[in-house]
Design a binder for this molecule. Structure first.
Ligand SMILES: [Fe+2]
Length: 435
């Protein structure tokens, strides 16, 4: 497989879109003053039915009330949002005439809130701002009302990015809107919120963290892209760069130290808080570098899965948690991408705690993949697509669904065609024992 190269006018600049992040116990109580300072008066609090009853929502609501803001609660955000649930959230935002937003929950609630704010403020058909070729890829016309994001899981990093993902049911595929305008004005990360999460949620969201960091660290270099005609159209997925490398590497080091501990022991606050910080750093990194193939594949996996149900998550309908749908393809992908940057793959494996067995750079892909598989075993997540209920006959549909994710596929260090994608999926069905 050839590494991507050969563009005409190469990029020479990278942009740091730094999120405003407040991290620490009590951070979420800053939502009210932040939104009041922006002149907002009527705030939509977006969350899901389960989180709506928990301490984080109570804290944020109290903060908004103390700041003399009107609060209307939308507690119907769907875990893994679908077009129907997004449309409902948009309808609510329009009817409530909101001029500020706060999201409290996992990435699903944060993403739903981003989309509600976008389409309530700049009404359009749902596919208008969705990335091409699935949607029209129209540019967001201008700034949005202020949105403060308060994550309750440590994984998605959505609080730091301008990306919102949802499931487009008619096409059996997940898709996204990506625009700097969607980035929350502040991420308020209280790591104590993660102390009560079920082990399965920590495992799934933790693999999302790992993959954000690994994919940002191994994406094509920003200099491999074509230079934009004007700076405002430089993509957020600009490729690995010196800024994203800092966040990616520290996130990997923290995940190597804390991930398994955080899954296995809810009382291990050091591990859960450490993973929360890793998630924040990885979010900053991928918000600037972009992710690539494991995420591209995950959108097809999640869109096509019909039967898998994961303990620890709401059980009304089967779905694959995002981090699981991402990590099932990751060992297969990194085996293939290692040839493009063996040293980076080796460095990542070592940060994650791999025994390098005195291996040479040519073994970096195997070593990193084996480490990921060992972590999957240690945290009890499904070891490949078969364990999610996929038959090998689903490969064609998985390949088609993945190649639709052009924004992510183009950010891979490899030149990817249908045959490459097929091989990556064929390597993802079942992972065996590792040395
Ligand atoms: Fe993700």
């Amino acid at each position: 497989m050839a590494c991507a190269h050969g563009l005409i006018q190469r990029e020479s600049v990278f942009t740091i879109d730094a999120s405003s992040i407040s991290f620490g116990e009590g951070a979420a109580a800053e939502a009210g003053p932040l939104l009041a300072a922006r002149g907002a008066k009527r705030i939509g609090l977006y969350t899901d039915a389960r989180v709506a009853k928990l301490r984080p929502v109570e804290i944020v609501k109290a903060s908004l009330t103390r700041a003399n803001l009107d609060v209307v609660v939308y507690d119907a955000c769907r875990v893994e949002p679908k077009d129907g649930s997004v449309l409902d959230a948009i309808r609510f935002a329009k009817e409530a005439r909101l001029d500020g937003y706060v999201s409290v929950g996992g990435g699903s609630s944060i993403d739903t809130c981003k989309l509600a704010a976008l389409y309530a403020h700049y009404p359009a058909d749902l596919l208008a701002y969705v990335n091409a070729p699935v949607g029209e890829g129209r540019r967001v016309p201008g700034p949005l009302p202020p949105h403060v994001a308060c994550p309750t899981t440590s994984g998605t990093g959505s609080e730091c990015t301008g990306i919102a993902v949802f499931d487009l049911v008619e096409k059996n595929v997940k898709t996204a809107v990506a625009s700097r305008a969607l980035r929350p004005i502040a991420a308020l990360v209280d790591p104590t919120f993660t102390e009560s999460l079920p082990a399965e949620v920590v495992a799934a969201s933790g693999f999302d963290v790992l993959c954000h960091a690994l994919e940002s660290f191994t994406a094509r270099r920003f200099t491999a892209r074509e230079a934009p005609l004007t700076p405002d159209v430089r993509p957020m997925s600009q490729g690995q760069n010196p800024w994203s490398d800092l966040g990616s590497m520290e996130a990997l080091r923290l995940a190597g130290k804390y991930f398994v501990r955080a899954v296995r022991d809810a009382s291990d606050k050091e591990a859960r808080h450490g993973l929360s910080w890793a998630a924040t750093l990885a979010g900053v990194a991928f918000g600037n570098a972009g992710v690539h193939l494991p995420h591209a594949m995950s959108y097809a996996v999640a869109g096509l899965s019909k039967t898998y149900q994961c303990a620890g998550y709401p059980s009304e309908a089967p779905f694959v948690p995002h981090g699981i749908s991402v990590v099932v393809g990751a060992p297969s992908v990194f085996r293939a991408t290692a040839a493009c940057s063996p040293e980076r793959h080796m460095e990542a494996a070592i940060a994650l705690g791999a025994e390098t067995r005195g291996g040479s750079p040519t073994e970096a892909g195997e070593i990193l993949s084996d480490r990921l598989i060992a972590l999957m075993r240690a945290t009890n997540v499904p070891l490949g697509l078969e364990a999610l209920g996929f038959a090998r006959s689903a490969t064609d549909a998985l390949v088609v669904g993945t190649l639709l994710q052009k924004r992510l596929v183009d950010n891979a260090p490899l030149a990817v065609d249908e045959a490459t994608m097929r091989r990556l999926f064929e390597g993802s069905f079942a992972y065996g024992e590792v040395p």
